[in-house]
Structures are given as structure tokens and as C-alpha cells.
Design a protein around this ligand. Structure first.
Ligand code: HEM
Length: 483
């Protein structure tokens, strides 16, 4: 298929089929990154007249997704994940418009920088519980990290901790399939929308999507109604995000299902990504033991090496290397390497290319973070690139100098809270433990594969083993006491 003169370059395209069929559903960011060598930074993929524009370069992302974000902040209507699975209500998949503004405004009441400081105590308690759990049974570290991220959010959103593991299991179950379903190339119907004309009997995928939707909305509605019941029992006195939704229901203009989804969306959006960042941190530490040692030295200089006091947020200003390390984890292996695909509302022209209304625009965070011009020797894990003077330190710096939280008007609304969560978890893990890869029968280190990820639009490292050793008996005792 011949390209129009003002169309960005891209792989060989066939009539009708286009070229999007070449895009793999696994590690899609690496495929997009690989196109850059042949076609340049701006690449176009096509299917049935619909275009996807991939931006592999920071300059283009800054111009289109930030400066022109009024036009570049919608989402493509995903038939499987949004229309049938989410009843058109899931925040992360909403098109630009009044419903999105209402839902984002609601999340902002919980996550704006003015209130995020108030959650430090909760985050410190939860991170201490994480360390105690690892201390008691290091083999469960994967689920402990998920519990840490999920429970912190659960407390904030629904105002209580988990009753057993049932709610945690349910949200992980929802997330496992949702991160795959929201991939724009995961379901044929999202590539060939005409398939949506088929009746249910010929479209089993639709029945499946509705079933998943019914399951999750039942879960999220139960959690929301439970908050209402507790509010009524307490004479209206309950402090949590969902209680705020009930109190301001008219002002926010959200119906009950949207309220259930907005609370559920914040819960699920924050759980997996935050956990993935901590898992990448463990991978990075096993591959870079000198970095871990240097961070531990910094922590020991400030807190004393005896293990009597665990680092807290009020030590933040004194730990510049630790802050740089956390930022480097967010850069080195972004948890959501393609952010959420953005969508244009109207025609636009850029660098001599025509970008039609209804184009999907993907900012490839992975490619930007691996750009050697922007981050010299980008593939290496090097916190030094983010080092600043102690006098310049502030928690807001955690979210600057990288694109791990996405772009423009769709940027992650939970970014500061999330960055502070991963910060406290990482600093405390480095304070409490030596983190090493296991050894095989011959004493050879079994290092995790940096390129192995679980399937989905988010990048979580594939299963790996890690050995945690408390740095001293006193460290272990402090954790148990504090917990
Ligand atoms: C380290 C952890 C996190 C990372 C790396 C992360 C990253 C991202 C990214 C890349 C996006 C897509 C932005 C775009 O499309 O341009 C996003 C969206 C979103 N995030 Fe986060 N996130 C994290 C934690 C959280 C937390 C704790 C919350 C809790 C409120 C949250 C809530 C959301 C929501 C609701 C969206 C959808 C926004 C929209 O579509 O308008 N995230 N996040």
C-alpha cells in the first residue's frame, strides 16, 4: 500500500490489513523501539484506515503530548475492555470529555500534592509491615509486595485494612486479566470493529468480557456500599476517599456505578504499577551490588549502622543517593513502558506530517528512557545521573527527570503518592536487608533476566528468586518491635 506524501514512515503495509498485525502483544515497547533505527523517531502503523503513531523521542512527546495535550489526551474506545468489560466507565480508558474530567477531579481530591503529605504515617506503617513479612517468610516476597501496595491504597480509598486475603486475591485476579485486555492489540475486535456487529452466539469474546465486567463491578460496588454502611453507622463520620465520594456525590456529578469504578480504578491503577517498580528495584539491586552498598553506606551514615532506627520520610533530605536510586529505578525499567495510548480529537500537522483526528498516539517511555543523548549510557543502572545537593532535595524531585508517569492531561494522578510509596519501601528494604541473587549447586549466581517480563501493557519482571538476609540481629529486632 502506497503511503501518502505527508504520512510518517512505517513498516510495509498491505491493502486492508495495513501493518499493525506485525505488532507483538508482548514487549510491544521493544518492537516500537526497534522501528526507530529503520524509520526514525516518528513511526506510523495502520489498520483498516486507522492509524497509530509511535513517538520514540522526547522532543516529539514534549511537543505533542504535553504542549498540544488539549488535542492529544483522549483514549480510543476499546470495545472489549471499555465498552463490554467496564460499561464505558473505567477512568484509564475514558475518552476526553466531561466524564473524564469528573473522575480525574475526584481522584485529585485524594492525590493532590497538598494532601499527599498526610499519608506518610500510613505509608511508613505499611512499609514496616512489608519488612516484617519478608523477615518472617522471604519466600512470599512477591505477594507481600503486592499486599503492601494494594493495602496502602485500600486503606486510603475504603478506610480499612484487608479482612484476610480475599479482597487482595480478587483485585489481583481482576488486574491479571485487565492489564492484558487493555492492550490495544490484545483483542481482534479492537482491530476490526466490524466484529462487534456479530451476535453473541458468534462472538464468545463479548460474553466473556461482560462476565469479567459483572464480576468486578460486583466487587467494587460491594466495597463502596460497605463504606456507606459504615458511614451511616458512624453518623457520617468516616475519613477515606470513598466516603468523600458519598459526601460530595451531587457536586461531583457521578452516578453510583461511576463512583464504584473511580474508586476501583484508583485501587487497581496504583496496585500493580507500584508493585512492579519495587520488583524492578530488587532486580536492579541483584545486578548492581555496588549501588546497593553505596546506598546502605549513605543510610548508615545518617542513622548509624547499628540498626536501631529505621529511615523515615523526615530523613529524606539527608539521603540524596537513595532518592537518585529510586528515580533511576523508575527510569531504568518503567512499569508502564507505553503509558496509556493517547488519541487525537482533531486533525493536526507536525514536522511536515499530517496527523488525522482519531489517531492513536503512543509515547514510548521505554524508548525515551533508553535514549543515550538524554541519559548517557542509558542501558546501565546509574543513580549518579540524578544526584543533587542535599539543599535542593524535595519529594517532588522524585517525579521529575523521567516519564515513568506518562504525559500531559493523562499523566498519572497518583504520581507523587506512588513515588513516595516506592521510595519508603526501597529505602527501608536497603536499610534492613542485604539483597542477593540465589546460587546454584556450583555456587554460581542465578541472576534474574532483565528482559523477561509478564505479558500485558504493564511491565512486571517475570518470576525470579531473591535472597534477603537481615543486615544484623538488631535490624531484625527493630523491624519486629516497630511493626
Ligand atoms: C509507581 C507507580 C505508578 C506508576 C509507574 C504509574 C504510571 C502511570 C502511567 C504511565 C499512566 C498512564 C499515563 C498516560 O496515559 O499518559 C497512569 C495512569 C493512571 N494512574 Fe498511575 N502509576 C502509578 C501509581 C498510581 C497510583 C498509586 C494511583 C492511585 C490513584 C494511580 C492512578 C492512575 C490512574 C487513575 C490513571 C489513569 C489516568 C487517566 O487515564 O487519565 N497510579 N499511571
Amino acid at each position: 500500500q502506497r503511503r501518502k506524501a505527508d504520512e510518517p514512515p512505517g513498516p510495509l503495509s498491505f491493502p486492508f490489513l495495513g501493518n499493525s498485525w506485525r505488532v507483538p502483544a508482548k514487549k510491544t515497547w521493544m518492537y516500537f523501539y526497534s522501528l526507530r533505527e529503520k524509520y526514525g523517531h516518528i513511526v506510523m502503523l495502520k489498520e483498516l484506515g486507522k492509524a497509530t503513531l509511535v513517538l520514540n523521542n522526547v522532543e516529539d512527546v514534549q511537543e505533542l503530548l504535553f504542549k498540544r495535550s488539549g488535542n492529544y489526551s483522549s483514549r480510543k474506545s476499546l470495545i472489549y475492555a471499555q465498552k463490554y468489560r467496564s460499561g464505558g466507565r473505567r477512568l484509564a480508558l475514558l475518552p476526553y470529555g466531561p466524564q473524564l474530567k469528573k473522575q480525574r477531579a475526584a481522584v485529585y481530591t485524594m492525590m493532590n500534592p497538598k494532601v499527599v503529605g498526610a499519608y506518610e504515617r500510613l505509608q511508613e506503617q505499611a512499609s514496616m509491615k512489608l519488612m516484617a513479612s519478608i523477615m518472617n517468610d522471604p519466600s512470599k516476597v512477591y505477594i507481600d509486595i503486592k499486599r503492601f501496595t494494594a493495602e496502602t491504597l485500600f486503606m486510603l480509598i475504603y478506610g480499612k485494612s484487608f479482612d484476610g486475603d480475599e479482597d487482595l486475591r480478587t483485585v489481583l485476579h481482576i488486574l491479571q486479566s485487565f492489564t492484558q485486555d487493555m492492550h490495544p492489540y490484545a483483542h481482534l475486535v479492537d482491530r476490526f470493529p466490524a466484529l462487534d456487529w456479530l451476535p453473541d452466539v458468534l462472538a464468545p469474546w463479548r460474553v466473556e468480557a461482560r462476565k469479567k465486567g459483572e464480576y468486578e463491578i460486583k466487587f467494587y460496588t460491594r466495597l463502596l456500599s460497605d463504606v456507606k454502611a459504615r458511614m451511616d453507622a458512624a453518623g457520617g463520620q468516616l475519613e477515606c476517599f470513598a466516603a468523600g465520594l458519598w459526601e460530595n456525590v451531587e457536586q461531583l456529578g457521578l452516578d453510583e456505578l461511576s463512583m464504584a469504578y473511580v474508586a476501583g480504578s484508583a485501587f487497581e491503577a496504583g496496585t500493580d504499577n507500584t508493585a512492579a517498580v519495587i520488583l524492578w528495584f530488587l532486580v536492579a539491586m541483584m545486578h548492581n551490588p555496588a549501588v546497593l552498598r553505596r546506598a546502605q553506606e549513605e543510610i548508615d551514615q545518617v542513622l548509624g549502622g547499628e540498626g536501631e532506627t529505621a529511615p523515615c520520610y523526615h530523613h529524606f533530605d539527608q539521603l540524596p543517593y537513595c532518592m537518585a536510586l529510586v528515580k533511576e529505578v523508575l527510569r531504568w525499567h518503567p512499569a508502564a513502558p507505553l503509558a496509556g495510548p493517547h488519541h487525537t480529537l482533531k486533525d493536526d500537522d507536525y514536522k511536515g506530517f499530517h496527523i488525522a483526528a482519531g489517531t492513536t498516539v503512543i509515547g514510548n517511555i521505554w524508548a525515551i528512557h533508553r535514549d543515550d543523548h538524554l541519559y548517557p549510557n542509558a542501558a546501565s543502572f546509574d543513580p549518579e545521573r540524578y544526584l543533587v545537593e542535599k539543599k535542593d532535595m524535595s519529594p517532588e524531585l522524585l517525579i521529575e527527570g523521567h516519564y515513568a508517569f506518562g504525559f500531559g492531561r493523562r499523566i498519572c494522578p497518583g504520581q507523587l503518592f506512588a513515588a513516595k510509596s516506592v521510595y519508603i519501601a526501597m529505602v527501608r528494604l536497603m536499610w534492613a536487608f542485604n539483597i542477593n541473587p540465589p546460587k546454584d549447586g556450583n555456587g554460581k549466581l542465578i541472576l534474574p533476566d532483565i528482559n523477561a517480563v509478564r505479558p500485558g501493557l504493564t511491565a512486571e519482571p517475570a518470576h525470579f528468586n531473591v535472597v534477603f538476609t537481615p543486615r544484623s540481629a538488631r535490624h531484625a529486632q527493630t523491624v519486629q518491635q516497630e511493626c
